[in-house]
Design a protein around this ligand. Structure first.
Ligand code: BTN
Length: 239
């Protein structure tokens, strides 16, 4: 699938703009220099200085997946981003559910918005924000960027094409072989088999991440060897 790149100087949010464009089919990418209301997950804002970073969204039509397996699209996108960033750092990790980390700091995030029928996922808008040339952040908690990590400045026009091509490659891989994407995701997963500290509604605890299911459910083995399961927002990572 050839990607179709569309460039805008300013939009509210690339996710909102692409979602509203009902003509935009699979493989359409929308990139903006600036978003006036860039959205993070939940009610968070996405901080990004004008023309310094990648802020873009892509349309997928993963009709080959059942709604219960929707997290596989997020896995493919995360692996695509991490594989791309791996050429600049060997400390890239995917932090469940939707963050990309380098050296224990957040370099980017993914905002997925799905449309379903009862039996299939008909349309996914995947918004991707990756910090590239920005070196100072005002509000973002624990941020980093490719410039901070490498000490270099990057040509955004080139790098954003490469990034989305890498994401597309993993998406095509997902169509062929879910298991390979699933395994690659786990080999890049932040905190896998390491002792980390968490907090859920019952309080704080320590444990090791075991795996993430096709529907996005996280499994942790706590220090008492009990298995705990979580969906998004049900658990916080403590640093
Ligand atoms: C997160 O980590 O909270 C997800 C951040 C996603 C940000 C990107 S930037 C491009 C796209 N458009 C948006 O409004 N948000 C996503």
């Amino acid at each position: 699938m050839q990607l179709k790149f569309n460039y805008f100087d300013e939009v509210t949010s690339t996710n909102s703009t692409l979602k509203a464009d009902r003509e935009a089919r699979e493989g359409t990418v929308l990139l903006a220099k600036f978003q006036t209301s860039g959205r993070g997950t939940g009610s968070n804002q996405w901080e990004s200085e004008k023309a310094q970073n990648i802020t873009g969204s892509i349309v997928f039509e993963p009709t080959f997946l059942e709604p219960a397996n929707s997290f596989l699209v997020s896995m493919a996108i995360s692996v695509g981003i991490a594989t791309f960033l791996n050429q600049y750092s060997n400390e890239v990790k995917i932090k469940w559910p939707n963050d990309i980390y380098i050296k224990n700091k957040k370099i980017g995030g993914i905002l997925i918005e799905n449309e379903f029928t009862a039996s299939a996922i008909t349309r996914t808008i995947a918004g991707i924000g990756i910090n590239i040339n920005q070196t100072r952040f005002i509000k973002a908690p624990n941020p980093t960027s490719l410039s901070i990590v490498t000490g270099k400045h990057f040509n955004l026009g080139i790098i954003e094409k490469e990034l989305f091509n890498s994401i597309n490659k993993q998406y095509l891989q997902l169509k062929k072989d879910k298991e390979l994407v699933y395994q690659n995701y786990h080999s890049l997963l932040y905190g896998k088999n390491k002792l980390l500290h968490f907090e859920d509604i019952h309080g704080r605890f320590s444990g090791q991440i075991q795996q993430v299911d096709y529907d996005g459910r996280l499994t942790i083995k706590d220090s008492q060897n009990d298995i705990r399961h979580y969906y998004f927002k049900e658990i916080t990572f403590l640093h």
